[in-house]
Design a protein around this ligand. Structure first.
Ligand SMILES: NC(=O)c1ccc[n+]([C@@H]2O[C@H](COP(=O)([O-])OP(=O)(O)OC[C@H]3O[C@@H](n4cnc5c(N)ncnc54)[C@H](O)[C@@H]3O)[C@@H](O)[C@H]2O)c1
Length: 161
């Protein structure tokens, strides 16, 4: 896939990072699929409202019916449309001060399960993680998902980890 062939971008997690990112790609002319597990978030974004609490986002959420703007709770629905998938889910700290990677793992699992076999989908982990997490998570997910192992997925983190 060359850069010029990327037409559709998925964003998994429509919070402080994900929603403005999705809007930015839409403004730049890309087809966008935005996913959030929160029904409230999805309902608000679909209604053109800002669920994040960030005042900078108040007036820039696309209105209902806007072309190239698709918002859903279903990663399985969104990902097959996407050339690139950005994962922007939370990475909080556990009560014993360890990084909680459960959101990254759950989102990653849903993304990898939804990538069509043989596709060249690029997955980018934008969530804040320590060095090595992207490679470790990808290996674990690929190991679990025997059926998808021949898909030609590329996984990147930003910044590189
Ligand atoms: N907020 C910032 O300024 C900032 C800056 C740099 C990096 N980050 C990093 O970016 C990541 C996201 O931060 P944020 O502030 O946007 O978090 P956030 O809590 O505002 O948003 C995350 C969203 O992801 C959704 N989500 C959780 N699990 C999901 C899943 N499996 N599938 C789909 N959606 C899911 C949540 O419902 C929520 O709406 C974190 O790793 C954070 O450390 C944040």
């Amino acid at each position: 896939m060359s850069k010029s062939n990327i037409t559709t971008v998925g964003v998994i997690g429509l919070g402080y990072v994900g929603l403005p990112t999705a809007i930015g790609f839409h403004d730049a002319g890309f087809e966008v699929w935005g996913v959030d597990v929160s029904q409230r978030t999805v309902d608000m974004v679909r209604a053109g409202e800002n669920p994040t609490g960030d005042p900078d986002v108040n007036d820039i959420v696309p209105a209902p019916g806007t072309e190239r703007w698709n918002i859903t709770t279903s990663t399985a629905e969104a990902v097959p449309h996407c050339d690139v998938v950005l994962v922007t889910v939370p990475t909080p700290i556990t009560h014993d001060l360890k990084p909680d990677l459960s959101y990254v793992e759950a989102a990653g699992r849903a993304v990898f399960e939804a990538i069509p076999k043989g596709s060249n989908t690029i997955v980018v982990l934008e969530s804040t993680v320590y060095p090595g997490v992207t490679a470790q998570t990808k290996q674990r997910l690929e190991f679990r998902q025997e059926s998808n192992r021949h898909a030609h997925q590329k996984t990147y983190s930003h910044p590189i980890t």
